[in-house]
Design a protein around this ligand. Structure first.
Ligand code: ZN
Length: 629
């Protein structure tokens, strides 16, 4: 009904504007022809086929595809850089790579775009915006049925707010989902077309302690009176990682890094972005030469500003002077490539009296930021760093974090900060975005958050409330409005009120008196009871509602573990004053794990804990707790 209403409203608008309507399909019969360039490229062909396919799915009408070698006829759908006079005035330069134009002048419908996937993005946008199609997840596509399709006047030119848009959810690498939502990928999930030759933490791949640690310890960080050139166990305990960083003022280091980078580039000559960036630790070189550069370019008094993250150590973020000097030297050797480096932890603060070279990209990370409120309000330290970088360059990619990584199912009320954060980044000349969500299948509101992020990456100023409502009703059916109430309650009661930081490395027990209080969880369960009941008739929607509920169960399970006894505890005391597992908790545990298995959830914690392991660990905890008494 909503879609019909939309077409009806559009028709009224059309009448008011006195434009010519354009009839694509009338009573299941095609009234037009798709025209593509005679030498159409792959994206143009794909765009035409997508257009043809969806119109057929909507109306049963198959629109023929011809090339622009045929003479012009009435009612043409021009897809791509077609040789027709109406495309003469298209400002191709303005469209860039991904921009597109959708135009209905009554006689023709034109969908064309920039040098990348613009025309394909134009077609998917047309299907969504003007015909009511939706792609809520890789598996859930909504195609309304209409026997007749009449278009209003359209003049829709769209350019992305960010030139690179990565929505790092596993589901978002699905090829159609990515094209539909205009998303990029750095290639971690097997996308070979990425512009990124290498991504992050690349010092190790460019100069490894394994190769040089013994022979040339002087290539590596100096601190505590000696060089640190070892490999140490990685934080996941399964692999090894360098103990520290490189000594960036050693001239041999520059030569070796450039030689190895050259070899990497030769293997992927088409890739534009190459990462030359610090390893994932804060142990940077403090040899006299490196220290001198860091001091020279430090934008504040060393020690006056301290950061701390999940590594639980405080460090003074003044390492960018030596790094920027080094990166500019590398960039000068590769003028046709863009050299990307991290501004992360100890290198996050922009340097003074040195600017990134033109072909340097700054990958700025806000791993420290609290998520209870917007970054601009809640992390003034990061905000001032971003504003500083924005004054030095517009080639900035933000590495942003949007979930609780050790607890992928933890309720994480940051949905309302997504928009203001992206608006803030955009305002400060950020050109590219990497939104790190869940690399696994499943997780709290994975589909919703991925969808909202995708929309905001294209246009951070859109009506996000409308997008969320559309998703909730489209994806969860009648359960959507109860879930909306749940989302509102979560957000109203998050730490903005309680004062407890919402951390990407936190856990549900930290919030047991705020948005996960006993009384609120009771209400959440009532809302989900109602939501489940309202979609009993739809197997698919019921499964989606049940998956949306998993975070409530997960929070209860984790709080039960934390409390041990009492109303919310994992144990009850029997008549003999012995502890035994709370049967309600055991039941919930099985429900949680079963729903995870049923929906192919791969992990409950990032890198760790498949659902069955969670079950085993929890049962073990219950067993041991019992034994304690
Ligand atoms: Zn050094």
């Amino acid at each position: 009904m909503r879609h019909i209403l939309f077409l009806f409203c559009s028709f009224l608008f059309l009448a008011a504007a006195q434009a010519q309507p354009f009839t694509l399909v009338k009573k299941h019969r095609s009234k037009c022809t798709i025209i593509i360039p005679e030498k159409a490229n792959i994206v143009e062909i794909q765009a035409a086929l997508v257009f043809q396919d969806y119109i057929e799915r909507i109306s049963d009408a198959k629109i023929p595809i011809e090339t622009d070698m045929t003479g012009s006829k009435e009612n043409e759908v021009l897809i791509g850089k077609v040789n027709r006079p109406m495309l003469d005035n298209v400002l191709w330069d303005k469209l860039g790579k991904d921009g597109f134009l959708i135009q209905n002048n009554g006689g023709n419908l034109t969908i064309t775009g920039g040098t990348g996937k613009g025309v394909l993005y134009g077609v998917y946008t047309f299907l969504e915006k003007y015909l009511g199609c939706r792609k809520y997840s890789s598996a859930v596509t909504i195609v309304p049925k209409n026997k007749t399709i009449i278009l209003p006047a359209i003049n829709d030119l769209q350019l992305p707010a960010f030139t690179y848009r990565e929505d790092f959810y596993l589901d978002a690498v699905d090829p159609e989902y990515a094209d539909w939502h205009k998303l990029d990928s750095h290639g971690e999930h097997g996308n070979n077309t990425s512009e990124w030759g290498s991504w992050v933490h690349t010092f190790e791949s460019l100069l490894s302690p394994k190769d040089y640690g013994e022979t040339n310890p002087e290539y590596f960080s100096f601190y505590d009176g000696k060089r640190h050139a070892e490999m140490i166990p990685s934080w996941d305990g399964k692999s090894e990682q360098p103990e520290a960083q490189l000594c960036l003022t050693n001239p041999d280091v520059l030569e070796i890094v450039c030689q190895n980078l050259q070899m990497q580039i030769e293997r992927k000559p088409d890739a534009l972005y190459w990462s030359v960036s610090q390893n994932d630790n804060v142990r940077y070189c403090k040899c006299p030469a490196c220290k001198e550069l860091d001091k020279k370019h430090a934008a504040f008094t060393p020690g006056s500003k301290m950061y701390g993250t999940h590594v639980n150590s405080l460090y003074s973020p003044i390492g960018m002077g030596s790094l920027m000097t080094f990166i500019n030297q590398v960039a000068a050797r590769f003028p046709d490539k863009i050299i990307s480096t991290l501004a992360y932890q100890y290198t996050r603060v922009p340097p003074k009296d040195i600017v990134p070279a033109k072909n340097v990209n700054i990958m700025l990370c806000n791993i420290e930021s609290s998520r209870n409120t917007t970054i601009e309000q809640g992390d003034t330290s990061f905000s001032s760093d971003l504003e500083g970088w924005g004054k030095l360059t517009d080639n900035i990619i933000i590495w942003d974090y949007v979930i609780q990584f050790p607890h992928l199912f933890a309720p994480f009320p940051n949905l309302l900060t997504l928009q203001p954060n992206l608006q803030f980044f955009h305002k400060n000349r950020v050109s590219a975005m990497f939104e790190q969500g869940n690399r696994e299948i499943g997780g709290e509101f994975a589909e919703l958050r991925s969808y909202m992020i995708a929309k905001l990456l294209w246009n951070p100023d859109l009506d996000i409330n409308q997008v969320m409502n559309d998703f909730l009703t489209g994806y969860y059916g009648k359960g959507g409005m109860e879930i909306k109430k749940y989302i509102e309650l979560l957000h109203e009661n998050n730490m903005a009120k309680s004062g407890i930081k919402l951390s990407i490395f936190g856990n549900p027990a930290q919030q047991k008196e705020s948005f996960l209080s006993d009384s609120l969880i009771t209400i959440y369960n009532q809302l989900f009871d109602r939501a489940e009941k309202s979609v009993e008739g739809s197997v698919d929607q019921l499964q989606r509602v049940k998956s949306a509920r998993l975070p409530v169960y997960y929070a209860m399970l984790e709080i039960a573990k934390n409390e041990k006894t009492g109303k919310r505890g994992a144990f009850i005391t029997d008549n003999n004053n012995h502890l035994k597992p709370n049967p309600e908790i055991v039941k919930m545990l099985y429900t949680f794990v079963y729903q995870c298995i049923r929906t192919n959830v791969t992990r409950v914690s990032e890198w760790h804990t498949p659902p069955k392991e969670y079950l085993a660990n929890y049962l073990n905890f219950l067993e041991e707790g019992q034994a304690e008494k």
